[in-house]
Write a protein that binds this ligand. Sequence first.
Ligand code: AHR
Length: 343
Amino acid sequence: MKNLKWKLLLLLLLAVFASGCSGQGEKPKDERFYEDDVTSEREDHIVVGFAQIGSESDYRIANSASFRETFCEKNGYYLLFEDGQQKQENQIKAVRNFILQEVDYIVLDPIVETGWDEVLQEAKSAGIPVILSDRSVTVEDEGLYTCWVGSDFEEEGRMAGLWLENYLQAEGRDEEEIHLVTLQGTPGSSAQIGRTAGFSEILQRHGNWNMLEYASGDFTQSKGQEVMTQFLKSYPDIDVVISENDNMTFGAIEAIEEAGKTCGPAGEIIIISFDAASEASFTAMKEGKLHADVECNPFLAPKVDEIIKRLERGETVEKIQYVEEQCFDAFMDLDTVMEERKY
Ligand code: AHR
């Protein structure tokens, strides 16, 4: 009996150590939000509440992993991670619960840009700094959040447009009538708004580029496939697909192949995608099924960590902080690119 007690204690200790840097702070939802005792673990650490969007894409999975790895106990943090399951109301509820929990910082990745004024005002009144990460918000008072770190989505859209401009020119197709369709991301999200706007800047320079339709695939593979299937039924002569993320692109490639067509440098339809955040996107380029992929860097947590450290030292931080990104295409030496990539 005595022996059993020690074994149980040992197992408990091992479980605590094994939790290490990933998944710490992961308690059952109800226990986390409604417990009123502040545990000693929390007292010794900077408590960060992260309201994540969901798990709709490879980008998102990598982004969540980045937060779990960075905001761990060994780095001095206690992370409360909430998955909004692609619903703004869940994210608002999560932020309110973080306020109730009196966290030190709130990190918010807002699914859409509007509808945040009230809850951000509540955080401000509670004296909790809010750091926006990845997507941004449109609010009446910019003072409702401390800063934002993420991608320049408009520049990403421009990069895609410029890539197409150069490619068509190199192919001698710059005077040809070009038919395009766009698979858009979640309507009203910064990534959708920015990429659509940036690409359309280049589109407007070309009278011969005819955008047949914009439709949302909600950044998911299944919706991307569904929408692309519809596009192919409605328009027999698509030359270019602009797909606002990789997972929709993977769905679109399936739809194109199911319709008996081909895409990528080895096929008929030109596809340009966004993210380049997983091996699968590089594989698609290497297999000749995808022309180009504009990077969207998911590893934002180290930047947020840096911001929090500066705020802890009482320093001011820049309001808007972009991460650097580039465009990859099927004609590069992608094996070397992947080897040299920091992530
Ligand atoms: O906000 C970034 C976008 O959101 C990524 O492009 C997409 O994959 C994700 O779902």
